[in-house]
Structure formats: structure tokens, C-alpha cells
Design a protein around this ligand. Structure first.
Ligand code: ACO
Length: 427
């Protein structure tokens, strides 16, 4: 018997099967051989929330949640955050390699050449009311790009895929800034292709006043985007892969991913953290708030993670950036509440025993607020940073011969067949 197998005995029947083990994984379909009756469907695995199911083989991002490790294409996040730029990381994620100096220049120019948005998109963005949530607007924006660029349906053409990816990376900041300024009743600011990606974004948002964007803030924005750029098979990326598995175009797939990201348990957490810190209001209220968390009345937003059972390495970097940004913007008083909240939680058995640590969203919102972003736009910033990761995962999916349309099974517990009841037979 090969050592690289798993032997399973079905105690209902005494049947024994042997399944191959590859990468510490068994093929779920192999379990279907286990049946009591010959015409049974066969054994499945039940895994709500996919807590222990690998849905793909990927070479993009590695996360070791127990040891607090995150790497893009093998490079540690700490080194990328210190030495790289966001577009360089986007290149790394999409192509698998760090670009040479000349390739990086070409790549930057290629993305920045795509920063103008279509007239139709501008018209659409003007239709939203001032109180429309920016994530709803973003879902619509990216969905509308599917209609504007019908050639994006050629998803099996590698050149076409790259063209759409570059277009989306280029246009997203402009569309977001346009929508933001429109909401405030301000005229749009044209993109400046000569600026860096984050510099140009802050310039278009108008967060630098009339002057140039402070380089410390542009760098902080770039690093925050790097930290968000990918996180393997999380909720939004899985949603994107599900949608794209039907050969839907990338705009529809990314719009779906943005929808998944919007929820407060995922990318909406950065907004929820800020609201939570504002609600706590003062460090003296922390013990009472934590009691409410432990009584399960509320969640400690920005804490806990499906994969990290150790400090999220991104949270450590974000915390450091916060103080660099405050040197320019002045401090955000919520940082004191956040630091004390973190410290108190990390000494409390409720959080220690469940291995709940701050995640990337715990400190990011405090920085965004200090930079002048309104709270409701925080998840949009997450989406902007995550775009290269979604696109890299999409490209990987589209060239993976083992992938098929995503179609999970269910355990049906509903009624067995029964005859239709006429109106007067119903109780
Ligand atoms: N506050 C209080 N208790 C928590 C928290 C939290 N933030 N997170 C988990 N727990 C508790 C749960 O109640 C559960 O306790 P129990 O075993 O006594 O019932 C235990 O810890 C395990 O939690 P699960 O909900 O089973 O963990 P899961 O992996 O399903 O959820 C999630 C992960 C959604 C991130 C969760 O930790 C959470 O809701 N956190 C707050 C929202 C947040 O910050 N989301 C951003 C995540 S990072 C990102 O998406 C980029």
C-alpha cells in the first residue's frame, strides 16, 4: 500500500476505500464510492463556510495563519511593504515576478495611460444621490464596465484578459474619485498620468487641498494598498472565482467580489471599526464595551480572522504607518481608544482562548480618517487595494485546466415528494 494514501472504512457497510493524498489533501469526489445501497448518491463532505475545503490550487498568495505569515508569490509582506510600490506589487501578483527597472517603467506607464474613464460611466456616476453608499456605487460602476467593454467576454484570450486587468486598475481610482467628488457637489479632478498611482488617487480625491500631495501620505496610501492587494481564497476572492467559473467577464466577477467585500464581516469591517471606536468614545468605556462583546451583544470589529490565529502581520504594519501619518495630519484621538482596546482585549481570556487578534481592518480606518476620507468610503479603499489580487486570481483560474464551473452540493432536508394541494385543501 502506498504511504501517500488515506484508507477509510465505512462502518455502516465495512467497505474500505483508499484515496490518494496529494499536498495533504484527498480528492472529495473519491468519497462518493462510499454507499450503503448501490443506487445511493454516495458520501459527500459537509463544510459550511468552506472552513476545510481547498477549492483550487494557487501559486499567488501564501498565508500561514498560525504563524502570522503572508507572502505574495513567495515574497514576505513585510519586505514588500517596506521596499515595493503598489503597481510593482500588482505586476508581481499578475505576472508572478518582480519587474526589472525598465519593465516597471513600462508597466506604470501602461496602467497610468488607462486612467481616463468613459463618458457613459461619468453619466452613470452622476445619477447617484449624495447619500448613496460608495460601495453600492462601486458595484454598479464595475458592473457597468461589462456593458461598456463587451470585448471583455473573450475570457479565454490571454491578451484580452490582460487588457481588461490593466483597464480596471487604471480606471478604478478615477471612477472612485469622480463619484466621491460628485457626491460632495464638486467638479471632478482629471487624472495626472505623470504622478504615481496613489499620488494621483489622492490628487483626484482632492485630499491634499490645492497643493501637492504630501509624499508621506502618498507612500502611506501605497503601502496600505500593498497590504490589501491579495489574501488568497477569502470571501470576496472566492465569490469572484465562483462567478468567473461560469466564464462571466471580469467586470461582472469583480463587481460580485466587491459585493462580497462590502459586508461588515469582511472589507466593511474597517468602516465598522471606526463607528465602534466612535461609539466607545473614551478609554474609560472600554471595560463596559468588552463586557458587551463577551455577552455576545456585539462583536469586537477588526478582531478575529478565519485564517489568522496569531497577530495579522498586516495589522502590525498598519499600526506603524498610523503614527507616520499622524506626523503629517495631526493625531486621530481614536488611536488612543484603539491601542487601549487592543491591549485590554489581548490580556482577556475570552480573546486569548479564542486566539482573536487585531486584523488588517483594526487600525486602517483610523489612518484613512486622519487623511480626510469619510468613514463610508473605507471599504472602497479596501476594494481598490484588492483589485490586483482579484485580477491575478481570475487570470489563474482562467488558465487552470482542472477548474470547472463552481457548483457545490447540498444536504437536502426538505419535504419528500407530495401532491399539489388545491386552494380549498390548504390549512
Ligand atoms: N468579537 C467577539 N468574538 C469573536 C470575534 C469578534 N470579533 N470573532 C470571533 N469571535 C468568537 C466567536 O463568537 C466564536 O466564539 P465561540 O466559539 O464561543 O462561539 C469564536 O470567536 C470563533 O469565531 P467564528 O465566528 O467561528 O470565526 P470565523 O472564522 O467564522 O469568523 C470573522 C471570522 C468573521 C473575521 C470573525 O472573527 C469576525 O466577525 N470578526 C469581526 C469582523 C472583522 O473584523 N472582519 C474583518 C476580517 S479581516 C478581512 O476580511 C479583511
Amino acid at each position: 500500500m502506498s504511504e501517500q494514501t488515506l484508507t477509510i472504512t465505512d462502518n455502516r457497510t465495512g467497505q474500505t476505500i483508499e484515496l490518494p493524498i496529494e499536498n495533504d489533501t484527498i480528492p472529495a469526489i473519491g468519497l462518493r464510492q462510499l454507499k450503503v445501497q448501490a443506487d445511493d448518491f454516495g458520501m459527500m463532505v459537509y463544510d459550511p463556510g468552506y472552513t476545510n475545503t481547498a477549492s483550487c490550487k494557487s501559486r499567488v498568495t501564501f498565508v500561514d495563519g498560525d504563524r502570522g505569515i503572508l507572502r505574495y508569490r513567495g515574497y514576505p509582506i513585510e519586505q514588500l511593504a517596506e521596499k515595493s510600490t503598489f503597481l510593482e506589487v500588482a505586476h508581481l501578483l499578475l505576472f508572478g515576478v518582480l519587474p526589472t527597472a525598465s519593465k516597471l517603467t513600462d508597466w506604470n506607464a501602461r496602467v497610468m495611460a488607462q486612467t481616463q474613464i468613459d463618458r457613459g460611466l461619468k453619466a452613470l456616476l452622476k445619477t447617484f444621490d449624495a447619500d448613496a453608499h460608495p460601495m453600492g456605487i462601486l458595484v454598479s460602476t464595475v458592473g457597468a464596465m461589462s456593458a461598456l467593454y463587451p470585448e471583455s467576454k473573450q475570457v479565454h484570450d490571454g491578451r484580452n484578459r490582460l487588457q481588461q486587468a490593466v483597464r480596471l486598475l487604471g480606471q478604478l481610482p478615477t471612477a472612485i474619485a469622480f463619484a466621491y467628488r460628485n457626491r460632495l457637489g464638486l467638479p471632478p479632478t482629471d487624472p495626472d498620468g505623470a504622478l504615481g498611482y496613489s499620488d494621483n488617487f489622492l490628487h483626484m480625491m482632492g485630499l491634499s487641498g490645492d497643493g501637492e500631495v504630501d509624499p508621506v501620505l502618498a507612500r502611506a496610501m501605497d503601502v496600505l494598498f500593498i497590504l490589501h492587494a491579495d489574501h488568497e481564497q477569502n470571501c470576496s476572492t472566492s465569490a469572484l472565482r465562483n462567478i468567473a467559473s461560469s466564464d462571466a467577464d471580469p467586470y461582472c466577477a469583480v463587481a460580485g467580489a466587491i459585493g462580497a467585500l462590502y459586508g461588515p464581516l469582511h472589507g466593511g469591517a474597517n468602516e465598522a471599526v471606526l463607528r465602534m471606536l466612535a461609539e466607545i468614545g473614551s478609554t474609560k468605556n472600554i471595560p463596559a464595551f468588552l463586557d458587551r462583546v463577551k455577552n455576545r451583544e456585539v462583536r469586537l470589529m477588526g478582531f478575529g480572522h478565519r485564517v489568522y490565529k496569531n497577530y495579522d502581520p498586516r495589522a502590525q504594519i498598519v499600526k506603524k504607518i498610523a503614527y507616520e501619518v499622524f506626523e503629517v495630519t495631526g493625531t486621530n484621538p481614536l488611536i488612543d481608544i484603539a491601542v487601549e482596546l487592543e491591549g485590554t482585549a489581548l490580556e482577556d481570556d475570552y480573546f486569548v482562548s479564542r486566539r482573536l487578534y487585531p486584523n488588517v481592518d483594526f487600525y486602517s480606518g483610523i489612518i484613512y480618517q486622519a487623511m480626510g476620507f469619510p468613514v463610508e468610503i473605507f471599504p472602497v479603499l479596501f476594494a481598490l487595494g484588492r483589485a490586483p489580487g482579484w485580477l491575478a486570481q481570475w487570470m489563474e483560474l482562467m488558465s487552470d485546466a482542472e477548474q470547472r464551473i463552481a457548483r457545490p452540493r447540498q444536504i437536502y432536508l426538505g419535504e419528500a415528494e407530495r401532491p399539489y394541494l388545491s386552494m380549498d385543501e390548504r390549512g
